[in-house]
Design a protein around this ligand. Structure first.
Ligand code: MTE
Length: 323
């Protein structure tokens, strides 16, 4: 994240970008067939997966359990003010420094990540520490689809349909102790698989953190899916965080450990470059990055430039956290 990257390779003509209406129409077809709600309710065990997933991704092999949960019920409460970014654009312009510093190469290198089996340990200041595997998440929590904006600190932005469940539901499941003040998230550490982690001067594994008040905010999602199917590896399969009012680096990918603690944990970018990447990292157009302004953002795929909004437009949900 050392420089603002001027997008080049992934640019797509306007007419190749999936407008929200087209993405929604696909869902409407499924809905008309009665499939979305039935799948969301888990009422169709191990039957044919929804056509949209099959059509768009013949390469994705859904497990029987996944066939019952994707696509999830869409929550319309969280509105977008822009089109959904085309999946091909969002999936070929990624920040995942474990695999590459070149955004356009991440997709290729990230395919090495083995995402099954995958366990997430939830530990620390909780009454009932637990280790979940991926299927535990899919069975235990109700997945929903939400359209969110994502604003990268590098001044590019996108809008994507995530599938996941609120982090609060997970925290409720482990019962935080009263003295827990922060939640720390950690990614995998496998330098021989993810060669970016050989950079010994960087504080691997990637880690991020929220205050507990932030963590239980309704917007914070544990995402297991994107574009109606399980997360693609370059987006942080099999499970990642999504915190839409903070710069994208807070939304840590491929989580293996969540720890409740009573101190402010150190985080990857804030440790590496504290003067450039703050710990709190709320989107704020009035606070420039030391090397570029944050007043505007460029939408990947269309290159449309928009004014950046305080808290990335989510003030109604989060401003009260910071008064
Ligand atoms: N998580 C891990 N483990 N490693 C990373 O390098 N990059 C962050 C965040 N999560 C990163 C990460 C940054 S800087 C951004 S902008 C978003 O992931 C990008 O998410 P995307 O590639 O799905 O768009």
């Amino acid at each position: 994240m050392s420089n603002i990257h001027i997008p080049k390779g992934w640019e797509m003509p306007e007419n190749e970008v999936t407008p929200e209406s087209v993405y929604l129409n696909r869902r409407e077809v499924l809905k008309a067939m009665g499939m979305v709600s039935l799948f969301a309710a888990g009422a169709l065990p191990a039957c044919s997966p929804p056509q949209s997933v099959i059509d768009a991704h013949p390469e994705i092999n859904l497990t029987d359990l996944e066939k019952t949960v994707y696509p999830a019920n869409r929550i319309t409460k969280y509105k977008l003010d822009r089109r959904i970014t085309a999946e091909a654009v969002a999936g070929s312009y990624n920040n995942f420094y474990e695999f590459s510093e070149v955004k356009e190469d991440v997709d290729h290198h990230a395919q090495r990540l083995q995402t099954r089996p995958w366990q997430v340990e939830v530990t620390g200041l909780v009454k009932t520490p637990k280790v979940y595997d991926l299927d535990d998440f899919l069975k235990r929590f109700i997945l929903e689809e939400r359209f969110y904006r994502l604003r990268c600190v590098e001044a590019w932005a996108m809008a994507v349909p995530w599938t996941g469940f609120p982090l609060k539901a997970l925290l409720d499941d482990v019962e935080p102790l009263p003295n827990a003040t922060h939640v720390r998230f950690e990614s995998f550490h496998k330098p021989f698989l993810a060669q970016g982690q050989f950079a010994f001067w960087q504080p691997w594994p990637y880690a991020e953190a929220l205050t507990i008040k932030e963590a239980v905010n309704e917007l914070v999602l544990m995402a297991t899916g994107i574009y109606g199917h399980p997360l693609s590896k370059q987006h942080g399969a099999p499970i990642r965080l999504v915190v839409p009012w903070k710069y994208g680096f807070k939304s840590i990918k491929s989580i293996t450990k969540i720890e409740l603690v009573d101190y402010e944990p150190s985080t990857f970018w804030n440790t590496l470059q504290p003067l450039e990447y703050g710990w709190e990292a709320n989107v704020d157009p009035n606070v420039p990055h030391p090397r570029w302004p944050q007043t505007k953002e460029e939408l990947i795929g269309t290159r449309e430039v928009r004014l950046t909004q305080k808290y990335n437009g989510y003030s109604d949900f989060v401003a009260s956290l910071y008064t």
